[in-house]
Design a protein around this ligand. Structure first.
Ligand code: GAL
Length: 846
């Protein structure tokens, strides 16, 4: 709740400031009508509302129950007879009459698929069995676990009467039917685009309101794990009937010498029932909050139920350009003014930068060549599945940046807003991809939403209209491919003339959809780009999807009986090891770089195995974000600082006298390898390559000494460790926000008697979380682990496990303990404490 002091302060500042705009949360906490607030959330990304508009977070205190995909009697009677949609207001489940006391209480974002035990189903082919979905029982054959109902009750103040009130879903998987106060409101049927409904006419003002929605995950949008349920945020947005159009506010910048010319555009919509004269006021602030540019548009008449598109220009002198190294952001604030009063306002970040693809010289950012060192990623993480807390998005960006990754591809769907926000803020470029390559109304709707939603984000350098649509590339629908591609590309250009458009094509790019593309993307197939470049020297090319190397973290032997893949050179037949693809893309100036499949492991697609493998092994890091050895190949060649990594570990009891391959990834000139102090020789490091030895195993120390210009710059050792003795816990941050959403990422490992991490430990552990937080997920990165992601226990996998601990809305401390499960208890337990600090004010529906 907002405390009295803050409330008092706010009221007095409103009094002093008159009609000035306060940040949306502060304004409303002080004077806005509505249910009380809970703790805080950072400013929402995208078009953040500013007073008088309010955006209330509706994530907390939902009720959930499984319905049924085939039996209406077990689906709360839904579809039992004919009545569900027959009369407005008659749908009982969305009224106070319905008793949901037996339903489970939960907070959003929520993914029920990650909570389900995996089911061994290898029936049929790839399209029909559960393999691609991580063996989670979703689909029409699993009706008891494929449909979920969510309910929520909330009060609305009488003072909201006269405002337009929307419920906004950032995304749900997958088919949603929404009812409010007994009334059918609408449907949405794709898993990735945000959607909203205007509830104004259906609400009780000064009384109780009931929301009920049925989410059906029987159908999927992909061939990878996608989650199920309301896996992104939900908001209640209140605005004046005269307001800005959704995602219509755009700032386009052009760098002109030492200045940036800004083209400002937005739309005013008039739902007030009478004509108004509305003007706009724009102000642009830099990161310190200083206003650096300003613009106004003259008042213009807008008829009832009409809208007006408005343009203005402004200029920033000596702008600070956005780049991965220096991700400078500006904020645009736009207000709608009618008769001197601000009726609506929103603000959003944008960046000033130039981006261009050159057919001869690759990608240029701000006029300088920059190779795209990219990874493709699904949105899926250990412990939480598709329901990623916002902080986890930044955590994942940090992990990828650690190896020099400067770009992500949002394969194969529109990303969540907080992922884009993290990339804008942290300097990660993006290729933003829509789910369906189609110019059908639904395909174009998805594309429209994606481009409009994110066109102000400087991180996005490229739109992608889809991935590997074989029939549209070459095949039965090749000519349809040309037309569909042309329509989609034209629509992107219309909505966003500042960016080029591509697609991820698995073929020679000679026909079909490729004809329409601004920039040519090759998936795999290193045999094609050279010939394509020779034949089409005026077309810019990059690797839209590369590699598909596979590795099990901490495993060095490919063993089909254990479903493991070695960490040296595992790769699928259609793919390339990191060294193979980067030696190709990294050595041709005309290639703009590329996106490796994938940054993180994800559930589903457990290639090359099936059950009990439930995760992919394609990640450069595992499902928790723990690096595999390939990570250090990229670190060596994608970052400038000296780097050196020697592997494998040196715990090979029983293999004494046998040869073990020892590899070193480094960007230094040469490496000397020593076993127990004895040199095994010096090797020169090939550019973009690695060095390797075969070492006859003896326990002790393997040591790599990396030299540059004859000097030892870095030394790395792997030591044979003793028995595991003592657990260790480490939090990524010692302090998090007490907002019920922030998370601390806890790494668990285990040390021997000399304090050395034991890389082969696989003990079963149990966890206890007390104080101002709760456990929301556990993982260990093992693609073959069938243990629960939600229970407070997990085995270590090759020495590591991860806990995701979330704050509540109380300040205080979270105490996290780990101990060994079972009677033996040979490991000393460990604990760590995370402090939860008071969060900034925000609006939360109570
Ligand atoms: C690609 C596809 C990806 C993934 C990958 C695995 O062809 O675009 O989604 O399936 O193969 O190698």
């Amino acid at each position: 709740m907002v405390d009295t002091t803050r409330r008092t302060f706010l009221l007095s500042s409103v009094g002093l400031a008159g009609s000035c705009l306060l940040p949306r949360a502060l304004w409303a906490a002080g004077i806005g009508g509505g249910p009380g607030g809970k703790a805080s959330l950072p400013m929402r990304h995208g078009e953040s509302p500013v007073a008088p508009r309010e955006q209330w977070l509706l994530d907390f205190d939902w009720r959930f129950a499984f319905g049924n995909g085939s039996d209406p009697a077990k689906d709360f009677g839904y579809g039992f007879g004919q009545g569900d949609f027959s009369k407005t207001g008659d749908f009982k489940l969305a009224t106070a009459e319905f008793n949901d006391a037996g339903w489970r209480a939960l907070d959003l974002p929520h993914d029920w698929a990650v909570e389900l035990p995996a089911v061994h189903d290898d029936s049929g082919d790839d399209d029909t069995r559960l393999t691609s979905h991580g063996y989670k029982p979703l689909g029409r054959r699993f009706p008891t676990t494929s449909v979920g109902w969510y309910r929520r009750t909330f009060e609305l103040p009488e003072s909201d009467r006269g405002r337009r009130i929307w419920i906004e879903f950032d995304g749900a998987m997958r088919d949603v039917v929404l009812f409010v106060n007994g009334c059918f409101i609408g449907q949405h049927d794709d898993g990735y685009t945000p959607f909203r409904f205007d509830l104004t006419d259906f609400l009780n003002y000064g009384g109780k309101n009931v929301i009920a929605l049925r989410v059906d995950a029987s159908f999927g949008d992909g061939w990878f794990y996608e989650g199920a349920g309301i896996y992104r945020h939900v908001w209640l947005t209140k605005m004046d009937p005269v307001h800005l159009g959704r995602w219509e506010s755009v700032v386009r910048s052009t760098v002109e010498g030492q200045a940036a010319a800004l083209a400002l555009a937005t739309r005013i919509e008039n739902e007030s029932g009478h004509a108004v004269h509305a003007s706009l006021e724009w102000s642009i602030t830099d990161a310190s909050g200083r206003v650096v540019a300003h613009a106004t548009t003259p008042a213009q008449a807008i008829a009832p139920n009409a809208s007006a598109d408005c343009q203005a220009t402004a200029r920033i002198d000596a702008p600070k350009l956005w780049s991965p190294d220096e991700p400078h952001l500006y904020t645009a604030l736009v207000k709608v003014v009618v008769d001197g009063a601000v009726r609506d306002a929103e603000q959003f970040p944008f960046g000033v930068r130039t981006a261009a693809f050159d057919p001869e010289r690759g990608f240029f950012l701000n006029g300088k060549p920059l190779k795209i060192q990219g990874t493709c990623n699904h949105q899926d993480h250990a412990g939480v599945g598709a329901a990623l807390p916002d902080r986890l998005q930044s955590f994942r960006v940090e992990v990828l940046q650690g190896m020099g990754c400067n770009a992500v591809r949002t394969s194969h769907n529109m990303p969540t807003p907080e992922w884009v926000e993290a990339c804008d803020r942290m300097g990660m470029m993006m290729m933003c991809e829509t789910r369906h390559m189609s110019s059908s109304p639904s395909g174009m709707q998805q594309l429209d939403v994606m481009v409009k939603r994110y066109r102000n984000s400087p991180s996005i350098i490229l739109w992608s209209i889809g991935n590997e649509e074989w029939r549209l590339q070459k095949g039965a629908l090749e000519h349809q491919g040309e037309r569909i591609g042309a329509a989609m590309v034209a629509r992107c250009h219309e909505l966003d003339p500042t960016r080029v458009v591509s697609a991820a094509v698995n073929g020679d790019n000679e026909q079909g959809v490729s004809d329409a593309l601004d920039v040519i993307g090759f998936n795999y197939n290193l045999k094609y780009p050279d010939a394509f470049h020779r034949e089409h020297p005026t077309r810019a090319v990059y690797g839209s999807e590369t590699s598909s190397a596979i590795a099990t973290r901490g495993e060095y032997v490919t063993d089909p009986k254990k479903n493991t893949v070695n960490s040296y050179d595992g790769v699928v037949p259609w793919g390339e090891t990191p060294e193979q693809w980067w030696s190709f893309y990294g050595t041709r100036d005309w290639l703009a770089g590329g996106f490796a499949w994938t940054g993180f492991d994800y559930r589903g697609e457990p290639t090359p195995y099936g059950w009990p493998s439930v995760n992919s092994q394609f990640g450069i890091v595992d499902l928790c974000g723990f690096p595999k050895d390939y990570y250090y190949y990229y670190k060596a060649w994608w970052t400038k600082a000296p780097s050196l990594h020697v592997f494998p570990h040196w715990n090979w009891a029983g293999k004494e006298g046998q040869e073990i391959p020892v590899w070193v990834y480094t960007n230094l000139d040469e490496v000397e390898l020593l076993l127990n102090g004895k040199s095994l020789g010096i090797q020169k490091v090939p550019r973009l390559g690695h060095v390797q030895w075969k070492v006859t195993y003896a326990p002790g120390v393997i040591e790599a000494r990396g030299r540059r210009d004859g000097q030892v710059v870095l030394v790395e050792r792997r030591e044979t460790t003793g028995t595991a003795r003592k657990l260790r816990l480490a939090a990524d941050r010692s302090e998090i926000s007490a907002d019920g959403q922030d998370v601390a990422m806890i790494t668990v490992d285990v040390l021997d008697g000399h304090g050395r991490p034991v890389p082969t430990a696989n003990h079963k552990l149990a966890f206890r979380i007390t104080g101002a937080g709760k456990l929301i997920g556990v993982g260990n990165g093992d693609p073959n682990c069938l243990e629960s992601d939600k229970e407070p226990k997990r085995s270590l996998f090759n020495g590591l496990a991860q806990l995701i601990v979330q704050s509540t809305d109380s300040t205080g401390t979270i105490h996290i303990e780990a101990l060994e499960e079972g009677a033996e208890q040979s490991l000393t337990p460990a604990s760590v404490t995370v402090t939860t600090r008071k969060a900034a004010a925000r609006l939360v529906v109570a």
